[in-house]
Ligand binder design. Structure first.
Ligand code: APR
Length: 312
Protein backbone atom coordinates (compact mmCIF):
# COMPACT_ATOMS: atom_id res chain seq x y z
CA UNK A 1 0.00 0.00 0.00
CA UNK A 2 1.53 3.36 -0.91
CA UNK A 3 1.48 5.71 2.04
CA UNK A 4 -0.10 9.12 1.88
CA UNK A 5 2.09 12.14 1.38
CA UNK A 6 2.63 14.35 4.39
CA UNK A 7 2.69 18.10 3.94
CA UNK A 8 3.80 20.36 6.77
CA UNK A 9 2.83 24.01 6.68
CA UNK A 10 4.99 26.12 8.96
CA UNK A 11 2.87 29.15 9.80
CA UNK A 12 -0.89 28.78 10.14
CA UNK A 13 -1.77 32.35 9.25
CA UNK A 14 -3.48 33.68 6.14
CA UNK A 15 -1.31 31.87 3.59
CA UNK A 16 -0.94 28.78 5.79
CA UNK A 17 -4.71 28.39 6.09
CA UNK A 18 -5.25 28.74 2.35
CA UNK A 19 -2.40 26.30 1.68
CA UNK A 20 -4.07 23.75 3.93
CA UNK A 21 -7.42 24.27 2.20
CA UNK A 22 -5.90 23.76 -1.25
CA UNK A 23 -3.76 20.77 -0.27
CA UNK A 24 -6.70 19.06 1.39
CA UNK A 25 -9.17 19.80 -1.38
CA UNK A 26 -6.87 18.29 -4.00
CA UNK A 27 -6.06 15.35 -1.66
CA UNK A 28 -2.38 16.05 -2.03
CA UNK A 29 -1.77 14.31 1.28
CA UNK A 30 -2.25 14.68 5.02
CA UNK A 31 -1.56 18.15 6.33
CA UNK A 32 0.09 19.44 9.51
CA UNK A 33 -0.60 23.10 10.22
CA UNK A 34 2.21 24.22 12.52
CA UNK A 35 2.46 27.49 14.42
CA UNK A 36 4.05 28.86 17.60
CA UNK A 37 2.57 27.84 20.98
CA UNK A 38 0.58 31.10 21.31
CA UNK A 39 -1.15 30.34 18.01
CA UNK A 40 -1.70 26.62 18.52
CA UNK A 41 -5.43 27.19 19.01
CA UNK A 42 -5.64 28.93 15.64
CA UNK A 43 -3.75 26.07 13.98
CA UNK A 44 -5.96 23.44 15.61
CA UNK A 45 -9.14 25.41 14.86
CA UNK A 46 -8.30 25.84 11.18
CA UNK A 47 -7.40 22.15 10.95
CA UNK A 48 -10.73 21.07 12.45
CA UNK A 49 -12.70 23.48 10.26
CA UNK A 50 -10.94 22.10 7.18
CA UNK A 51 -11.56 18.47 8.16
CA UNK A 52 -15.24 19.34 8.55
CA UNK A 53 -15.07 21.06 5.17
CA UNK A 54 -13.98 17.68 3.80
CA UNK A 55 -17.12 16.11 5.18
CA UNK A 56 -19.20 18.66 3.30
CA UNK A 57 -17.23 18.63 0.05
CA UNK A 58 -16.24 14.99 0.07
CA UNK A 59 -12.46 15.11 0.15
CA UNK A 60 -10.38 12.89 2.37
CA UNK A 61 -7.33 14.31 4.10
CA UNK A 62 -6.13 14.23 7.68
CA UNK A 63 -5.46 17.77 8.90
CA UNK A 64 -3.76 18.40 12.24
CA UNK A 65 -2.94 21.67 14.00
CA UNK A 66 0.08 21.68 16.27
CA UNK A 67 2.91 23.64 17.86
CA UNK A 68 5.03 20.55 18.35
CA UNK A 69 7.87 19.93 15.92
CA UNK A 70 7.51 16.19 16.49
CA UNK A 71 4.31 16.38 14.39
CA UNK A 72 6.32 17.69 11.44
CA UNK A 73 8.64 14.66 11.42
CA UNK A 74 8.69 12.62 8.24
CA UNK A 75 7.12 15.32 6.05
CA UNK A 76 7.56 14.94 2.29
CA UNK A 77 6.98 18.63 1.65
CA UNK A 78 7.37 21.60 3.98
CA UNK A 79 6.01 25.01 3.01
CA UNK A 80 7.19 27.91 5.15
CA UNK A 81 5.09 31.04 5.63
CA UNK A 82 6.22 31.70 9.20
CA UNK A 83 6.94 35.35 9.78
CA UNK A 84 5.26 38.71 9.73
CA UNK A 85 3.59 40.03 6.59
CA UNK A 86 3.89 43.57 5.24
CA UNK A 87 1.81 46.49 6.42
CA UNK A 88 1.00 49.42 4.13
CA UNK A 89 4.09 51.49 3.31
CA UNK A 90 6.52 48.65 4.06
CA UNK A 91 8.73 46.96 1.49
CA UNK A 92 9.47 43.24 1.71
CA UNK A 93 13.00 44.16 2.74
CA UNK A 94 11.65 45.97 5.82
CA UNK A 95 10.72 42.55 7.23
CA UNK A 96 14.33 41.34 7.20
CA UNK A 97 15.40 41.45 10.83
CA UNK A 98 12.17 40.05 12.30
CA UNK A 99 11.73 37.26 9.77
CA UNK A 100 15.41 36.32 9.77
CA UNK A 101 15.18 35.22 13.41
CA UNK A 102 12.06 33.23 12.64
CA UNK A 103 13.52 31.46 9.59
CA UNK A 104 16.66 30.53 11.56
CA UNK A 105 14.51 28.95 14.25
CA UNK A 106 12.46 27.08 11.64
CA UNK A 107 15.64 25.93 9.88
CA UNK A 108 17.17 24.48 13.08
CA UNK A 109 14.00 22.51 13.70
CA UNK A 110 13.64 21.25 10.13
CA UNK A 111 17.22 20.04 10.23
CA UNK A 112 16.29 17.93 13.24
CA UNK A 113 12.80 16.82 12.30
CA UNK A 114 12.39 16.79 8.51
CA UNK A 115 15.80 16.40 6.89
CA UNK A 116 14.42 14.65 3.81
CA UNK A 117 11.67 17.11 2.93
CA UNK A 118 11.37 19.23 -0.19
CA UNK A 119 11.19 22.73 1.29
CA UNK A 120 9.36 25.65 -0.31
CA UNK A 121 9.94 29.03 1.32
CA UNK A 122 7.30 31.76 1.00
CA UNK A 123 8.27 34.12 3.86
CA UNK A 124 9.65 37.53 2.86
CA UNK A 125 12.03 39.01 1.92
CA UNK A 126 11.91 35.81 -0.10
CA UNK A 127 15.33 35.47 -1.67
CA UNK A 128 17.18 36.09 1.59
CA UNK A 129 14.84 33.84 3.59
CA UNK A 130 15.35 30.90 1.25
CA UNK A 131 19.12 31.51 1.18
CA UNK A 132 19.23 31.54 4.98
CA UNK A 133 17.08 28.40 5.24
CA UNK A 134 19.50 26.53 3.02
CA UNK A 135 22.55 27.92 4.82
CA UNK A 136 21.35 27.00 8.32
CA UNK A 137 19.95 23.57 7.44
CA UNK A 138 22.79 22.62 5.10
CA UNK A 139 20.17 20.90 2.91
CA UNK A 140 21.02 20.27 -0.74
CA UNK A 141 20.18 23.14 -3.10
CA UNK A 142 17.79 20.99 -5.13
CA UNK A 143 15.65 20.41 -2.01
CA UNK A 144 15.21 24.08 -1.02
CA UNK A 145 13.37 26.49 -3.29
CA UNK A 146 11.61 29.83 -2.97
CA UNK A 147 8.14 30.72 -4.25
CA UNK A 148 7.99 34.07 -6.03
CA UNK A 149 8.11 33.66 -9.80
CA UNK A 150 4.89 31.69 -10.18
CA UNK A 151 3.02 34.39 -8.26
CA UNK A 152 4.67 37.36 -9.98
CA UNK A 153 4.16 35.70 -13.39
CA UNK A 154 0.51 35.07 -12.56
CA UNK A 155 0.06 38.76 -11.81
CA UNK A 156 1.83 39.72 -15.03
CA UNK A 157 -0.32 37.27 -17.02
CA UNK A 158 -3.54 38.61 -15.52
CA UNK A 159 -2.74 42.26 -16.31
CA UNK A 160 -1.73 41.34 -19.88
CA UNK A 161 -4.86 39.27 -20.43
CA UNK A 162 -7.09 42.10 -19.25
CA UNK A 163 -5.30 44.60 -21.50
CA UNK A 164 -5.37 42.30 -24.56
CA UNK A 165 -8.94 41.18 -23.94
CA UNK A 166 -8.02 37.48 -24.03
CA UNK A 167 -8.35 34.52 -21.66
CA UNK A 168 -5.69 34.58 -18.95
CA UNK A 169 -4.82 30.92 -19.55
CA UNK A 170 -3.62 31.80 -23.06
CA UNK A 171 -1.03 34.25 -21.75
CA UNK A 172 2.38 32.75 -20.95
CA UNK A 173 4.86 34.97 -19.18
CA UNK A 174 7.78 34.67 -16.82
CA UNK A 175 9.01 36.98 -14.12
CA UNK A 176 12.59 36.33 -13.04
CA UNK A 177 15.02 37.87 -10.57
CA UNK A 178 14.45 38.77 -6.93
CA UNK A 179 10.97 39.01 -5.40
CA UNK A 180 11.10 42.75 -4.92
CA UNK A 181 11.13 46.06 -6.71
CA UNK A 182 13.93 44.82 -8.98
CA UNK A 183 12.07 41.76 -10.32
CA UNK A 184 12.38 41.21 -14.08
CA UNK A 185 9.22 40.58 -16.12
CA UNK A 186 10.78 38.98 -19.21
CA UNK A 187 8.82 40.56 -22.04
CA UNK A 188 10.86 38.87 -24.78
CA UNK A 189 9.47 35.43 -23.79
CA UNK A 190 5.94 36.59 -23.15
CA UNK A 191 3.38 35.25 -25.61
CA UNK A 192 -0.34 35.05 -26.10
CA UNK A 193 -0.72 31.47 -27.25
CA UNK A 194 2.61 31.68 -29.07
CA UNK A 195 2.18 35.20 -30.46
CA UNK A 196 4.84 37.56 -29.08
CA UNK A 197 3.03 39.93 -26.76
CA UNK A 198 4.64 42.99 -28.37
CA UNK A 199 2.53 42.27 -31.49
CA UNK A 200 -0.65 42.61 -29.47
CA UNK A 201 -0.05 45.01 -26.59
CA UNK A 202 1.31 48.52 -27.39
CA UNK A 203 4.68 49.46 -25.87
CA UNK A 204 3.33 52.12 -23.50
CA UNK A 205 0.68 49.77 -22.12
CA UNK A 206 3.29 47.04 -21.76
CA UNK A 207 5.57 49.35 -19.78
CA UNK A 208 2.70 50.25 -17.44
CA UNK A 209 1.88 46.55 -16.93
CA UNK A 210 5.51 45.75 -16.12
CA UNK A 211 5.44 48.48 -13.49
CA UNK A 212 2.12 47.30 -12.05
CA UNK A 213 3.51 43.75 -11.84
CA UNK A 214 6.54 44.97 -9.88
CA UNK A 215 4.18 46.61 -7.39
CA UNK A 216 1.61 43.81 -7.56
CA UNK A 217 2.07 42.74 -3.96
CA UNK A 218 2.20 46.29 -2.62
CA UNK A 219 -1.03 47.18 -4.41
CA UNK A 220 -2.84 44.51 -2.38
CA UNK A 221 -1.13 45.42 0.91
CA UNK A 222 -2.32 48.99 0.42
CA UNK A 223 -5.89 47.84 -0.18
CA UNK A 224 -6.31 45.40 2.70
CA UNK A 225 -3.60 46.25 5.20
CA UNK A 226 -1.83 42.90 4.94
CA UNK A 227 -0.34 40.82 2.16
CA UNK A 228 -2.04 38.64 -0.42
CA UNK A 229 -2.78 35.02 0.38
CA UNK A 230 -4.94 33.28 -2.22
CA UNK A 231 -2.57 33.53 -5.19
CA UNK A 232 0.60 33.02 -3.11
CA UNK A 233 -0.88 29.82 -1.68
CA UNK A 234 -1.93 28.53 -5.11
CA UNK A 235 1.54 29.25 -6.48
CA UNK A 236 3.26 27.30 -3.71
CA UNK A 237 0.81 24.40 -4.09
CA UNK A 238 1.55 24.18 -7.83
CA UNK A 239 5.25 23.77 -6.97
CA UNK A 240 4.53 21.18 -4.26
CA UNK A 241 2.27 19.26 -6.66
CA UNK A 242 4.94 19.20 -9.35
CA UNK A 243 7.36 17.65 -6.83
CA UNK A 244 4.93 15.12 -5.32
CA UNK A 245 3.54 14.00 -8.69
CA UNK A 246 6.84 14.27 -10.56
CA UNK A 247 5.16 16.55 -13.09
CA UNK A 248 8.43 18.15 -14.19
CA UNK A 249 6.80 21.53 -14.64
CA UNK A 250 9.02 24.33 -15.89
CA UNK A 251 8.33 27.19 -13.51
CA UNK A 252 10.09 30.35 -12.43
CA UNK A 253 11.31 29.94 -8.85
CA UNK A 254 14.05 31.18 -6.54
CA UNK A 255 16.74 28.53 -7.00
CA UNK A 256 20.22 28.04 -5.61
CA UNK A 257 22.59 29.15 -8.35
CA UNK A 258 26.08 27.81 -8.66
CA UNK A 259 27.39 29.64 -11.67
CA UNK A 260 24.18 29.65 -13.76
CA UNK A 261 23.53 33.07 -15.30
CA UNK A 262 26.95 34.07 -13.93
CA UNK A 263 25.90 34.06 -10.25
CA UNK A 264 27.45 31.90 -7.59
CA UNK A 265 25.96 30.87 -4.25
CA UNK A 266 22.90 33.04 -4.65
CA UNK A 267 19.14 32.43 -4.62
CA UNK A 268 17.41 34.17 -7.50
CA UNK A 269 14.28 33.67 -9.59
CA UNK A 270 15.10 31.64 -12.72
CA UNK A 271 13.26 29.00 -14.77
CA UNK A 272 13.60 25.57 -13.16
CA UNK A 273 12.17 22.09 -13.66
CA UNK A 274 10.52 20.68 -10.54
CA UNK A 275 10.00 16.92 -10.32
CA UNK A 276 10.59 14.02 -7.96
CA UNK A 277 14.23 15.09 -7.69
CA UNK A 278 13.21 18.52 -6.38
CA UNK A 279 14.70 21.31 -8.46
CA UNK A 280 15.96 18.92 -11.12
CA UNK A 281 17.62 21.60 -13.20
CA UNK A 282 18.01 25.28 -13.71
CA UNK A 283 17.10 26.22 -17.27
CA UNK A 284 19.37 28.81 -18.80
CA UNK A 285 17.66 31.05 -21.34
CA UNK A 286 19.02 33.79 -23.54
CA UNK A 287 18.09 37.25 -22.36
CA UNK A 288 18.26 40.54 -24.20
CA UNK A 289 21.06 42.86 -23.06
CA UNK A 290 18.50 45.03 -21.31
CA UNK A 291 16.93 42.07 -19.50
CA UNK A 292 20.32 40.72 -18.43
CA UNK A 293 21.23 44.15 -17.05
CA UNK A 294 17.98 44.15 -15.06
CA UNK A 295 18.72 40.64 -13.77
CA UNK A 296 22.22 41.75 -12.72
CA UNK A 297 20.72 44.67 -10.84
CA UNK A 298 18.24 42.37 -9.14
CA UNK A 299 20.98 39.87 -8.22
CA UNK A 300 23.04 42.72 -6.73
CA UNK A 301 20.06 43.83 -4.61
CA UNK A 302 19.57 40.29 -3.29
CA UNK A 303 23.31 39.94 -2.60
CA UNK A 304 23.27 43.21 -0.65
CA UNK A 305 20.44 41.96 1.55
CA UNK A 306 22.23 38.65 2.13
CA UNK A 307 25.31 40.59 3.23
CA UNK A 308 23.17 42.73 5.55
CA UNK A 309 21.64 39.60 7.06
CA UNK A 310 25.08 38.38 8.14
CA UNK A 311 25.18 41.16 10.74
CA UNK A 312 21.70 40.49 12.06
N1 APR B 1 7.29 29.25 13.73
C1 APR B 1 6.11 29.00 13.14
N2 APR B 1 5.22 29.96 12.83
C2 APR B 1 5.53 31.22 13.14
C3 APR B 1 6.76 31.56 13.75
C4 APR B 1 7.66 30.50 14.05
N3 APR B 1 8.85 30.72 14.64
N4 APR B 1 6.77 32.90 13.91
C5 APR B 1 5.61 33.38 13.43
N5 APR B 1 4.85 32.37 12.97
C6 APR B 1 3.50 32.41 12.41
C7 APR B 1 2.64 33.50 13.02
O1 APR B 1 2.20 33.16 14.33
C8 APR B 1 1.49 33.58 12.01
O2 APR B 1 0.41 32.73 12.37
O3 APR B 1 3.48 32.72 11.03
C9 APR B 1 2.13 33.08 10.71
C10 APR B 1 2.13 34.12 9.60
O4 APR B 1 0.82 34.33 9.23
P1 APR B 1 0.25 35.78 8.81
O5 APR B 1 0.66 36.78 9.83
O6 APR B 1 -1.20 35.62 8.51
O7 APR B 1 1.09 36.10 7.47
P2 APR B 1 0.82 35.57 5.98
O8 APR B 1 -0.04 36.54 5.26
O9 APR B 1 0.43 34.14 6.02
O10 APR B 1 2.30 35.74 5.37
C11 APR B 1 3.39 35.04 5.88
O11 APR B 1 4.59 35.03 3.80
O12 APR B 1 4.28 36.16 1.78
C12 APR B 1 4.94 36.14 3.00
O13 APR B 1 5.30 38.48 3.39
C13 APR B 1 4.62 37.35 3.84
O14 APR B 1 6.46 36.98 5.31
C14 APR B 1 5.06 36.87 5.18
C15 APR B 1 4.68 35.39 5.16
Amino acid sequence: MPRRNKIALIGAGNIGGELAALAARSELGDVVLFDIAEKEGVAKGKALDLEQNGAVLGYDAGITGSSSWAEVAGSDVVIITAGVPRKPGMSRDDLLSVNLKIIRNVAENLKKHAPDAFVIVVSNPLDVMVYELKRVTGFAGNKVVGMAGVLDSGRFQLFLAREAGVAVKDVRAMVLGGHGDTMVPVVSYCTINGIPVRQIVPADKLAAIVERTRNGGGEIVKLMGTSAFYAPASAAISMATSYLKDQKRLLPAAAHLQGEYGYNDLYLGVPVVIGAGGVERVVTIELSAEEKAMLDKSAAAVRELIEASKNL
